[in-house]
Write a protein that binds this ligand. Structure first.
Ligand code: ZN
Ligand code: ZN
Length: 88
């Protein structure tokens, strides 16, 4: 188990990614089958607002972004945003 930021709000959550397969010729695209999400609210934001910008999803879902200083965290958030974009 390691702490990873929630894909939506960035709050650290205990997360162990589970993969379906390497993503070749599969609809999973090699992404974890259990997205790193901290709560039902955030999970809703992932699936309810597909097609909107990342920031718009947070606003629509009424979720405040968890903030924490640090370059590493920023990079992880960037990776999370890339993941969200891949869901469009
Ligand atoms: Zn969250
Ligand atoms: Zn797969």
């Amino acid at each position: 188990m390691s702490k990873e930021p929630c894909l939506i709000c960035g709050k650290p959550v205990e997360y162990e990614p589970e993969y379906c397969c390497p993503g070749i010729d599969c609809t999973c695209y090699g992404q974890p089958v259990n997205p790193c999400i901290c709560s039902e609210e955030c999970e809703g934001a992932v699936f309810d607002y597909i097609g909107l910008d990342f920031e718009d999803r947070l606003i629509k879902a009424g979720i405040e972004k968890y903030s924490e200083p640090g370059d590493e965290f920023e990079q992880r958030m960037k990776a999370a945003e890339d993941f969200m974009d891949s869901l469009r």
